[in-house]
Design a protein around this ligand. Structure first.
Ligand SMILES: NC(=O)c1ccc[n+]([C@@H]2O[C@H](COP(=O)([O-])OP(=O)(O)OC[C@H]3O[C@@H](n4cnc5c(N)ncnc54)[C@H](O)[C@@H]3O)[C@@H](O)[C@H]2O)c1
Length: 248
């Protein structure tokens, strides 16, 4: 897949699957714009890929609007938007305080909405564009102990479908990937102590049909397919990339 001269914005590009997507898009010739709240991580990925970095919080609508407007001013367009920025909270509903609930919704739902809205304003002018959001298996099936996260990812799936319908006649496609358990910093975060390699393998043996975690690059391959012309007849799709997790 070639993305030569395509302008691709990737949120959450400093780490995990966002970073893998930045690498893959840059290798395929795209001009990548990396948005993340983590400056150190962004600089490292930018050094390796040549991506231009924009540091800020996707839950701030002014930041989203001004960043996209400045990219469009400099490059003329945004061809591709990938929304990978996200956070997790590993807590039952009764252990979720107001601030934690709000923060999950602000980053995982508002952040995706603000980035999509800021970008769609320009994509509708051009009558072209592709958006790929990061949903999750937890947006489709629920899991105990991750209530707020499940709700936020369900919202991302519905946002993806609604935007796809609103822009189906505008030459704009909106899809999402729904990854299973992926070997990124997130899989270790939000727990009392980070799981060991053996503990992660036990989790895979007990819960994943293929008995292993995904590597971030395996998800990025699917993201690139959805961002490319190869998926020209797909919009409003939530694509599971989960080793059979939701097939049961
Ligand atoms: N790891 C998994 O098993 C898994 C599974 C399914 C879905 N997901 C989703 O995939 C996406 C990528 O996850 P990952 O595992 O690569 O996570 P990660 O923690 O490795 O990376 C997330 C990135 O988002 C950035 N970020 C967080 N809050 C931000 C904010 N407010 N503004 C800007 N940037 C912010 C972080 O700095 C980080 O660079 C997330 O949306 C996550 O919910 C992850």
């Amino acid at each position: 897949m070639s993305f030569t001269d395509k302008v691709a914005v990737v949120t959450g590009g400093s780490s995990g699957m966002g970073a893998a997507t930045v690498h893959a898009l840059a290798s395929a010739g795209a001009k990548v714009k990396l948005i993340d709240i983590d400056k150190g991580g962004a600089k490292e990925i930018a050094k390796k890929t040549g991506a231009e970095i924009f540091i800020g919080d996707v839950s701030n609508p002014e930041f989203c609007n001004s960043t996209i407007d400045s990219i469009v001013k400099n490059e003329g367009q945004v061809d591709i938007l990938i929304n990978a920025a996200g956070i997790i909270l590993r807590a039952d509903a009764l252990d979720t305080n107001d601030d934690n609930w709000s923060r999950i919704m602000e980053v995982n739902v508002d952040g995706v909405f603000f980035m999509c809205r800021a970008t769609l304003r320009h994509m509708t002018d051009k009558k072209s564009g592709v958006i790929v959001n990061f949903g999750s298996i937890w947006g489709d099936v629920a899991g105990a102990g991750v209530t707020a996260y499940c709700v936020s990812k369900g919202a991302v799936h519905q946002l993806t479908r609604a935007l796809a319908l609103e822009h189906a006649e505008d030459g704009i496609r909106v899809n999402a990937v729904a990854p299973g358990e992926v070997n990124t910093p997130m899989i270790r975060s939000g727990r009392e102590k980070p799981p060991t390699v053996d503990e992660l393998q036990k989790l895979a043996d007990e819960t994943i049909p293929m008995k292993r975690l995904a590597e971030p690059e395996e998800i990025a391959e699917v993201v690139l397919f959805l961002a490319s012309e190869k998926s020209s007849y797909m919009t409003g799709s939530i694509v599971p990339v989960d080793a059979g997790y939701t097939a049961r």
